[in-house]
Design a protein around this ligand. Structure first.
Ligand SMILES: *[C@@H]1O[C@H](CO)[C@@H](O)[C@H](O)[C@H]1NC(C)=O
Ligand SMILES: *[C@@H]1O[C@H](CO)[C@@H](O)[C@H](O)[C@H]1NC(C)=O
Ligand SMILES: *[C@@H]1O[C@H](CO)[C@@H](O)[C@H](O)[C@H]1NC(C)=O
Ligand SMILES: *[C@@H]1O[C@H](CO)[C@@H](O)[C@H](O)[C@H]1NC(C)=O
Ligand SMILES: *[C@@H]1O[C@H](CO)[C@@H](O)[C@H](O)[C@H]1NC(C)=O
Ligand SMILES: *[C@@H]1O[C@H](CO)[C@@H](O)[C@H](O)[C@H]1NC(C)=O
Ligand SMILES: *[C@@H]1O[C@H](CO)[C@@H](O)[C@H](O)[C@H]1NC(C)=O
Ligand SMILES: *[C@@H]1O[C@H](CO)[C@@H](O)[C@H](O)[C@H]1NC(C)=O
Length: 511
């Protein structure tokens, strides 16, 4: 008996050693969670082993030797307190220093340095935002043949929507995916969550394919490559690329993109994949765990579905599968800036119950506890409150379901996140008059977008609103890596238990 145990232990140790060697000799793919925490939040506990966005952006640029590819919605790495049109207007140098604006300048400088090292740089963005638009990427590209900047208007392709993904790829091996914009405020005045993958060439290559597809789109003529469709899934007429699966098979063109899904007979739309691609790469997380590595799969997901390729999940499916991965009686944690059960920018509007249905489903069938944090800030969408309250109504349905069947123990709990100072944001001066604002415009907001169950973590770039999944570009990374799952739960719990959240009132209870 003792002998058999001994043999077993030896075999196990050998297998373990072998696996460790394989994992280390191949890629040494490492992953860290990355956060930005706004200044003046003293009561938020810091989580160990989590990197800061400002550092990671600089590393990605500093360490690049061959290539740097960046997808951004817009660029405002350099503060603009002298421009009366800017949300930074009127703040003094010492205010800006207190706000941490120098971090943005350091990131800008690190890209400028990479450009001077003759690194091949591609900058892809939406047309940018008022008042700078594409000034920064354009300045970086000016007079340099190794730096290219393009803008891509997705509304020409999908009728509405923007480039909203926030992705950095350095030397085809190091990657950032997350909620942080290329904005100084995203480094020190907005709460962000992302992931830094280092030495992960396989995943980086796939993300680069997505980048290449967007890059190609920017050089194509949308007017000859789009069609109107009577969309049978969302019940509206809208514009889509001519290779869209929302079009009947016969009406579709061949995709002009370098990589795309080649399954011609699906209609309408993009059904869930039953076997999406999983990366078996063992991810090393910090602090390094020297025990036997068990490969825990990771995945990528992308939006909009017309830009899918290979066997990757649509971004919507990536999120939904994460919610549904919760174990019986387990907990799902969801963090988002915006939440709507409909479209926000698309005309005509779309009703979209995908997320709220998934939440109610796990409350009922898995007796799950679902905790959701939604941002309450200067640009809060009023309609959100109604959708959140209707989701809370699941609790009443859950309790009353016991009169029909066995007892339902699931529960939804939702809290608004209020970063202190959220209602004192905007320029310091407007038309020569002091406003009394304490922080620049579009700051003091919980901007991260992620979900984590007991077994699976999902980190994205999209708000939880229909448009982001069907007409706007988004990228997510997800994983079953245990340490990662626990770390992301820790980040969520620090917020959930902080003094910066307040419960969303249950339906009818606040009268
Ligand atoms: C990036 O490189 C610059 C120039 O070498 C250096 O000053 C800066 O500290 C580096 N950033 C980080 C985060 O290491
Ligand atoms: C990138 O550079 C930073 C310092 O600038 C260093 O700490 C980090 O380990 C480097 N990352 C990689 C993947 O080489
Ligand atoms: C910059 O890189 C390109 C291609 O990577 C190369 O052709 C060119 O000679 C390089 N220029 C300098 C000044 O090193
Ligand atoms: C960068 O892109 C913008 C928008 O397409 C364009 O107006 C500008 O000329 C470009 N700048 C350079 C230096 O290529
Ligand atoms: C969509 O357009 C078709 C004609 O192309 C029209 O028959 C239909 O009523 C429209 N549907 C909606 C929902 O507007
Ligand atoms: C290392 O990983 C193993 C298995 O996942 C776990 O049981 C152990 O607690 C971890 N050790 C540390 C120090 O995190
Ligand atoms: C800002 O929010 C705080 C906290 O909810 C509240 O006490 C204060 O009255 C608000 N101020 C304004 C101007 O809305
Ligand atoms: C500032 O003044 C201009 C011209 O008097 C006016 O059009 C504008 O609305 C004012 N802006 C604000 C924010 O009050």
């Amino acid at each position: 008996m003792v002998k058999r145990v001994l043999v077993y232990v030896v075999v196990w140790l050998l297998a373990c050693l072998y696996l460790t060697r394989v994992a280390e000799s191949s890629d040494r793919c490492k992953a860290w969670l990355v956060q930005s925490i706004p200044t003046d939040m003293p009561e938020l506990p810091r989580i160990s082993g989590v990197l800061s966005t400002g550092d990671v952006f600089q590393w990605l640029a500093n360490n690049s030797t061959r290539s740097l590819d960046i997808i951004a919605q817009y660029w405002q790495l350099l503060a603009n307190p002298k421009d009366p049109r800017s949300g930074d207007f009127g703040y003094s140098d010492s205010d800006l220093q207190r706000f941490g604006a120098n971090l943005g300048a350091l990131v800008y400088k690190s890209i400028d340095n990479a450009a001077n090292r003759n690194v091949s740089i591609r900058l892809l963005s939406h047309s940018g935002v008022y008042p700078d638009y594409t000034k920064e990427p354009s300045d970086l590209a000016y007079g340099r043949s190794n730096v290219k900047n393009v803008t891509l208007l997705l509304s020409k392709w999908w009728g509405s929507g923007i480039v909203h993904a926030k992705v950095w790829i350095s030397d085809d091996r190091d990657v950032y995916i997350g909620s942080a914009n290329n904005d100084w405020k995203s480094l020190s005045q907005v709460k962000e969550v992302g992931i830094y993958l280092s030495g992960c060439s396989r995943m980086a290559r796939e993300i680069k394919t997505y980048f290449d597809n967007l890059w190609r789109l920017a050089s194509l003529d949308a007017s000859t490559h789009t069609r109107s469709v009577s969309d049978q899934q969302w019940l509206i007429n809208r514009t889509v690329p001519c290779w869209s699966h929302f079009l009947p098979t016969k009406a579709r063109c061949r995709s002009p993109l370098p990589s795309y899904i080649d399954t011609p007979n699906v209609s309408p739309g993009y059904p869930s994949l039953s076997d999406p691609e999983m990366f078996r790469t063992d991810i090393e997380t910090l602090p390094r765990n020297r025990s036997c590595p068990e490969p825990q799969p990771s995945y990528l997901s992308f939006a909009p579905p017309e830009l899918l390729f290979g066997k990757h999940q649509s971004d919507e499916q990536g999120w939904i599968d994460t919610i549904k991965s919760v174990v019986e009686g387990g907990t799902v944690r969801i963090n988002t800036m915006d939440w709507l059960g409909q479209s926000q920018y698309t005309n005509p509007k779309v009703y979209w119950s995908t997320f709220s249905s998934a939440v109610s489903e796990v409350v009922f069938s898995k007796n799950a506890k679902v905790k959701i944090i939604v941002a309450y800030w200067g640009h809060f969408i009023e309609a959100t409150d109604g959708y959140l309250r209707s989701l809370l109504y699941s609790n009443i349905l859950c309790s009353s379901s016991s009169s029909v069947q066995n007892k339902c123990f699931g529960q939804v709990e939702i809290r608004y996140y209020m970063v202190p100072g959220f209602n004192k944001t905007g320029p310091a001066v407007i038309n020569g008059t002091k406003t009394g604002n304490s922080y620049p415009a579009y700051t003091r907001v919980n901007h991260g977008k992620y979900a984590v169950s007991d077994v699976r973590a999902h980190i994205g770039t999209s708000n939880l609103v229909w448009d982001y999944f069907f007409v706007t570009s988004g990228v997510s990374f997800g994983t079953y890596n245990t340490k990662f799952v626990l770390k992301l739960q820790e980040i969520f719990d620090a917020d959930w238990n902080s003094p910066y959240v307040v419960p969303v009132q249950e339906f009818g209870q606040d009268v």
